[in-house]
Design a protein around this ligand. Structure first.
Ligand SMILES: Cc1cc2nc3c(=O)[nH]c(=O)nc-3n(C[C@H](O)[C@H](O)[C@H](O)COP(=O)(O)O)c2cc1C
Length: 368
């Protein structure tokens, strides 16, 4: 019987268990690169079958939030290499989540105070991003008016992803995950409520999927398809992703296109436990029927739900987010049914190691 603790062959890697650490932005990078605390934080969690890093901007243009560490210049590569080596030293494996936020940004995050770029010039309504103001204090501000990427610029963004993927391998990551979830650039192209383009990247389902698939193909050609995963959030509404016609058909078309590409995995993120709309009942099974490769599910999983999902063959791997923040030894705690610590939301984001590297591993108290 498959359990959360059975090994799994993921591309060229063998994972010792099926528990994946979900990507989580922790906003601790002062100078746009990771630091010693980052290495400690991920090393403490190296018993995960696979760690997926926090969202890592692929370029200056791809940045949307304060204190996020990028992966596009030599100093960042060198800094990330210390992190991946710390994880490998403890026998772990780690993919970098490559992130371009698209319109979900603010002029203060862009070089020269320029407008963020998007699939269109439609601005998200009532959506905010976290930036450091002129007074040096971080706070939430409404996302800025975006500028639509010109047709010929789209290939340049794809090549920025390829560059970042190469940087990730140079930094000794084991692979990369394209961040196609949560209303960022890929989803802005996929979602017809945002994408109102009239060129080959807009309109039909095939056109709206084109940027994502061109990038998947280019990155796979550069670093090997078996080192490339992609995260999606079908029907997710985060960052003002509104319903659109043929929404289900769009995601299923993407599933069957991805199915042809022998990727490391597809990772579906259900946003329901984050207070957003979840993936509709039955849709994961439809997606799995259309997508032949390795499937990771994330969103509100504990041991019981994870085991149930694997038993029912809904997925191959289970990704867990918030519980990993407070439980560096989550795998061992789940294996032994030890109690879990609760994460403190107040320290999810922001500088310093409090709420980051200071959650202890479980201490067994000797029984009298
Ligand atoms: C603090 C925090 C930061 C997050 N950052 C990211 C991110 O950078 N990329 C991403 O795809 N998802 C991100 N997520 C979503 C998580 O990966 C995960 O899908 C979500 O927390 C639901 O899983 P859980 O119920 O196990 O926590 C973040 C979630 C949290 C709580």
């Amino acid at each position: 019987m498959t359990t959360l603790f059975s090994p799994f062959k993921l591309g060229r890697y063998t994972l010792p268990n099926r528990i994946v650490m979900a990507p989580m932005t922790r906003a601790r990078a002062i100078d746009l690169r990771p630091n010693l605390d980052t290495a400690i934080y991920y090393q403490q969690r190296a018993s995960a079958g696979l760690i997926i890093s926090e969202g890592v901007p692929i370029s200056e243009e791809g940045r949307g939030q304060a204190y996020t560490p990028g992966i596009y210049n030599p100093a960042q590569v060198e800094a990330w290499r210390k992190v991946t080596r710390a994880v490998h030293e403890r026998g772990g494996r780690m993919f970098a989540q490559l992130w371009h936020v698209g319109r979900a940004s603010h002029t203060s995050q862009q070089v020269g105070g320029l407008a963020p770029v998007g699939a269109s010039d439609l601005k998200g309504e009532n959506v905010y991003t976290w930036v450091v103001g002129d007074d040096g204090v971080a706070g939430m501000v409404p996302q800025s008016q975006p500028r639509q990427l010109a047709t010929e610029e789209v290939a340049r963004v794809t090549s920025d992803f390829v560059h970042a993927a190469r940087c990730a391998l140079e930094a000794e990551f084991d692979g990369i995950e394209l961040h196609g979830a949560n209303g960022y650039l890929f989803e802005q192209f996929i979602n017809a409520s945002v994408n109102n383009r009239s060129d080959r990247y807009g309109g039909s389902i095939a056109n709206r999927l084109r940027f994502t698939l061109e990038t998947v193909d280019a990155v796979a050609a550069a670093i090997g398809a078996d080192r490339v995963g992609i995260r999606l959030a079908p029907f997710g509404r985060f960052n003002d992703m509104r319903p659109f016609e043929q929404e289900r058909e769009t995601w299923l078309a993407l599933a069957s296109e991805l199915s042809k590409r022998n990727l490391a995995y597809v990772h579906l993120s259900d946003q329901e436990t984050l207070g957003e709309q979840g993936i509709p009942q039955g849709f994961v099974a439809e997606f799995r029927a259309a997508y032949a490769g390795t499937l990771i599910l994330a969103g509100g999983y504990d041991k019981q739900r994870g085991v149930a999902a694997l038993d029912a063959d809904k997925a191959d791997l289970i990704a867990i987010g918030r519980a990993f923040i407070a439980n560096p030894d989550l795998v061992e705690r789940m294996r032994h049914d030890w109690p879990l610590a609760e994460p403190d939301r107040a320290t999810f984001y922001g500088l310093g190691n409090h709420g980051y590297t200071d959650y202890p591993a479980y201490q067994l108290t000797p029984q009298a």
